[in-house]
Design a protein around this ligand. Structure first.
Ligand SMILES: Cc1ncc(COP(=O)(O)O)c(C=O)c1O
Length: 392
């Protein structure tokens, strides 16, 4: 009989002075020397032991020359998508990208023209907006609506917003920051719209593995061959196994003509061919062996969410959070406090010395909100909520 390995998510690991964006570069409040950072979306856990071993093996070799992805790397990704998401893709549909957002930018440049209109659904991860604007395309905001405490897509508005110049929709699935894991029915309704209006979709599914019990992530491209033919999908082991710093994202384009165009643009314009030597080994090990680790991380994260909800209800009832169905992020609503956003920032960042993401950075619908990252040991979540409770 195999014994179950129990992973440790409780130990607080000191990440200070490791060049961590979250811990060493938080600029939320000048002079706040006791800042507890709960912002940037990485977790404070060690990665699965197999991932650490893979990285150490590469490190110990001492020669870090140019590297290429072996077939085992592709096989591990394909097998993961198949077993976890019932999405069967060919290894040839995969392209390397250092980041999903890099892939999004390449897709925008390759498949749309300056001045074209691209849809996003705010509040949403800030680089969505930047990727459209920085490439000289026009932003169309199909803002999410809050119905009965749950964010939903506004399909009626979407139909009206699409015109002849609209080319692409940036889908965030699961959605950061509101934590929705879009149902198959919702995605099918969206698919019907993008098909009728001949839109391309960039599906950012970086949080697709981080789904809580009772919810199910459906890869958008898996809905039908017709939808797959117009979809470019970004996935990554970075959030799932906490290896964002290794830059090992994957772009999946099943439409062969589009994949060639994507790969060509990436290589010609950006000189991007292959991953770094650590990323290759870590990504393969993560997808091949990391499942049991993830299966224990998810209930831990769900319990962190539950803890925050209970503390809000008990100690800070004027602050609420929509219930996330996935991700390790929670979208906190402070609007009942009646504070300006500047006063809210001052209160949370400088008063409580807790580093959160300012809601307004997620676009329209973000006012009065902040995003908290609960991908950390319970003790840190307790400390963060207690600090916030103490200043409100
Ligand atoms: C929805 C979403 N997409 C993309 C990223 C960043 O991905 P990458 O580092 O692969 O560009 C994040 C990180 O927080 C995210 O939340």
């Amino acid at each position: 009989m195999r014994t179950l390995h129990v992973y440790d998510f409780d130990t607080v690991i000191d990440r200070k002075r490791t060049n961590s964006v979250k811990w060493d570069f938080c600029t939320c409040c000048d002079g706040a020397d006791q800042m507890l950072p709960m912002w940037v979306a990485d977790m404070d856990f060690q990665s699965p032991p197999e991932v650490m071993e893979a990285v150490l093996r590469v490190a110990g070799h001492g020669v870090y020359g140019y590297s290429e992805m072996p077939s085992g790397y592709y096989d591990a990704i394909v097998s993961w998508l198949d077993t976890r998401h019932r999405w069967s893709v060919q290894p040839g549909s995969l392209s390397y990208s250092p980041g999903v957002i890099t892939g999004m930018n390449v897709a925008i440049q390759t498949f749309t023209a300056p001045g074209d209109r691209i849809i996003l659904q705010s509040p949403v991860y800030p680089p969505f907006l930047a990727s459209i604007r920085n490439n000289g395309r026009q932003v169309v905001n199909n803002q999410l609506v809050l119905r009965d405490g749950r964010y939903e897509m506004d399909f009626d508005a979407l139909e009206e917003q699409i015109d002849d110049r609209t080319r692409m929709l940036l889908l965030c699935s699961p959605h950061n920051p509101v934590g929705r894991v879009w149902t198959r029915a919702e995605l099918e309704r969206l698919a019907d719209i993008v098909q009728r209006h001949d839109l391309l979709v960039f599906a950012d599914e970086i949080h697709g593995d981080l789904v809580f019990p009772g919810f199910h992530h459906t890869p958008f491209a898996s809905l039908s061959p017709e939808i797959s033919a117009r979809t470019i999908t970004g996935v990554a082991p970075s959030k799932t196994f906490n290896i964002a710093g290794l830059k090992a994202s994957v772009i999946i384009t099943e439409n062969t003509r589009m994949r060639h165009a994507f790969d060509q643009a990436q290589e010609r314009v950006f000189g991007l061919y292959t991953a770094n030597v650590f990323a290759i080994a870590a990504a393969e090990a993560a997808y091949r062996y990391g499942g049991p680790w993830l299966d224990q991380a998810l209930p831990y994260l769900a319990a962190n969410v539950e803890y925050v909800q209970q503390r809000l209800a008990r100690d800070i009832p004027q602050v609420s959070a929509v219930q996330p169905e996935g991700t390790f992020l929670m979208w906190l609503n402070f609007s009942k406090l009646g504070l300006s956003q500047a006063a809210l920032r001052e209160t949370i960042f400088c008063g409580a010395q807790v580093g959160l993401n300012d809601g307004t950075s997620f676009g329209e619908g973000g006012d009065g909100h902040m995003r908290i990252n609960i991908g950390c040991p319970r003790a840190m979540v307790e400390e963060g909520v207690s600090r916030i409770a103490a200043v409100l």
